[in-house]
Design a protein around this ligand. Structure first.
Ligand SMILES: *[C@@H]1O[C@H](CO)[C@@H](O)[C@H](O)[C@H]1NC(C)=O
Ligand SMILES: *[C@@H]1O[C@H](CO)[C@@H](O)[C@H](O)[C@H]1NC(C)=O
Ligand SMILES: *[C@@H]1O[C@H](CO)[C@@H](O)[C@H](O)[C@H]1NC(C)=O
Ligand SMILES: *[C@@H]1O[C@H](CO)[C@@H](O)[C@H](O)[C@H]1NC(C)=O
Ligand SMILES: *[C@@H]1O[C@H](CO)[C@@H](O)[C@H](O)[C@H]1NC(C)=O
Length: 439
């Protein structure tokens, strides 16, 4: 049988022995404990444990294990990354250290910055019997710890040497499970505690609402402007919340009421948002990205024309990518009464389209810029079956169809340029809410 050699060091079997003393080495154990420096009177002697890399020969079917190991490694990197971002956040630092201490024996401990713990713990200079005793007991604890870990290592080596696929797999599985648990815990402690450190303005807010639905669940039932923190790393901003209709908890991302605000704007303006949150506005592509990135949301679009006809369109998936990905739109799962104008047919589909503005052409139209032609920012295809950011007309109009447009609206088929008038809309609203929201 051909054998694949798999060196299991690092993640699976790595053991950290932060401090250990005594030259004792269990007979037959390849572990070495040695003093790592000179130690004067009263000084704490630094010791180090050297673990030789462990080489085990496994049948080639164990390639799966190797793959798992790589996944484990990437999980570990995620943990370390999370840990670093948490470290930067002093308020969580202590809690994290405590948590990591409890998790001793996990690979995490191994990567803890050298010295940080020890410096913090170092007693002030000057010796005394009591101090010595404290040190002695600490050292003997460390030793006990190291011995325990050696035994654990030996146990695992024996387990492994049985070369039983099931055993190895289940060990790896459990390990992955544990690390996943650690990631989740770190992740939640980061999101719940970091805002206060990273966004000083938010320090006064004991509860950091991620969006309007969080306020709604806290019992807020009033429409209005609220502060939200969808992503602690990106600070706080204001949104308009629809708390009274359709179960409340809606974060409004766009609103048209009376044409008081121009939507003929630049990339930078669409990025940051413009208008008046209590009137007409675009919340801003960066904000919409953050709101749709951190939670799975549904989008509700409401339209009303000047004849008083009101319809809605709801989408079960709505996601706007970041600026680097040109705010690409993901939209699917239509239901409602207004018709699915965002995914009209093969030729007019706004799903998976980039955002374009009059000054930035990312559309699918080869010989021109839809954003400039229709004077608005939108996820243009080549060019559109819907555009809710078009010009606000107070009544039906003729000419370039650059008004607010919803291609599945009533009587759209009778709109022929230049003989017929084009439909105008009185109010438009786009709002989002987490998919799992239960009013
Ligand atoms: C996973 O963690 C639990 C509790 O922290 C521990 O009892 C268990 O031994 C760990 N499993 C592995 C494979 O390390
Ligand atoms: C929170 O901010 C308000 C006004 O912004 C202030 O009146 C209040 O004292 C602050 N509370 C705390 C606990 O800092
Ligand atoms: C949109 O803005 C551009 C540049 O300011 C201007 O040239 C164009 O006429 C505007 N379009 C409309 C419909 O107002
Ligand atoms: C449009 O509506 C906003 C908000 O209701 C209001 O402040 C503004 O005065 C209105 N403008 C016009 C031109 O009607
Ligand atoms: C559609 O057009 C017909 C005839 O022009 C009209 O009677 C009807 O009210 C229109 N429907 C809507 C919803 O505008």
């Amino acid at each position: 049988m051909r054998l694949a050699v798999l060196c299991i060091g690092g993640a699976l079997l790595a053991i950290a022995a932060p401090q250990a003393s005594d030259e004792g080495t269990a007979p037959g154990c390849p572990l070495k404990l040695k003093s790592a420096g000179t130690c004067g009177d009263g000084d704490e002697c630094p010791y180090q444990v050297t673990l030789p890399p462990l080489t085990i020969q496994l049948p080639k079917q164990f390639r799966l294990l190797e793959k798992t190991m790589r996944e484990l490694q990437s999980l570990r990197e995620t943990v370390n990354q999370l840990k670093r971002s948490c470290m930067a956040c002093t308020s969580t630092r202590q809690r994290l250290d405590r948590y990591l201490q409890e998790g001793k024996g996990e690979t995490l401990v191994q990567d803890q910055p050298e010295g940080a713990e020890r410096r913090g713990d170092a007693p002030p200079a000057g010796s005394g019997m009591q101090e010595m005793q404290v040190k002695m007991s600490r050292m003997s604890n460390s030793l006990k710890n190291a011995r325990g870990q050696i035994t654990l290592l030996q146990g695992r080596v024996e387990e492994l040497s049985v070369l039983n696929m099931g055993t190895v797999e289940s060990i790896v599985d459990r390990k992955v499970e544990n690390i996943t648990g650690v990631i989740n815990k770190l992740s939640s402690s980061c999101t719940s505690l970091c805002p206060q450190a990273t966004a000083p303005q938010a320090a006064n807010i004991t509860f950091a609402a991620r969006d309007c639905s969080d306020y709604s669940l806290l019992g807020q039932r009033k429409n209005g402007v609220y502060k939200v923190v969808p992503d602690p790393q990106n600070g706080i901003f204001e949104v308009y919340c629809e708390m009274e209709s359709y179960g409340g908890g809606w974060t409004v991302v766009q609103q048209r009421l009376n044409g008081s605000v121009s939507f003929n704007r630049t990339w930078a303006e669409y990025k940051n948002g413009f208008g008046d949150l209590r009137g007409e506005f675009w919340l801003g592509n960066d904000h919409i990205h953050l709101l749709t990135k951190t939670r799975d949301v549904v989008l509700r679009i409401e339209l009303e024309d000047f004849q008083g006809v009101r319809e809605y369109a709801k989408y079960d998936e709505f996601y706007v990518a970041n600026e680097f990905l040109r705010y690409k739109l993901s939209i699917s799962g239509y239901s409602g009464t207004a018709g699915n104008a965002l995914s009209y047919d093969k030729h007019f589909n706004h799903d998976q389209k980039f955002f374009s503005t009059p000054d930035k052409d990312n559309d699918m139209y080869p010989s021109g810029n839809c954003g400039a032609y229709y004077s608005s920012g939108w996820w243009f295809d080549a060019c559109m079956s819907a555009n809710l950011n078009g010009k606000y007309y107070h009544k039906r109009y003729k000419g370039v169809r650059n008004g607010i447009f919803w291609g599945t609206w009533h009587n759209m088929s009778s709109e022929y340029y230049p003989t017929s008038y084009r439909q105008a809309f009185k109010t438009v609203r786009m709002m989002i809410r987490p998919k799992n929201y239960a009013p």
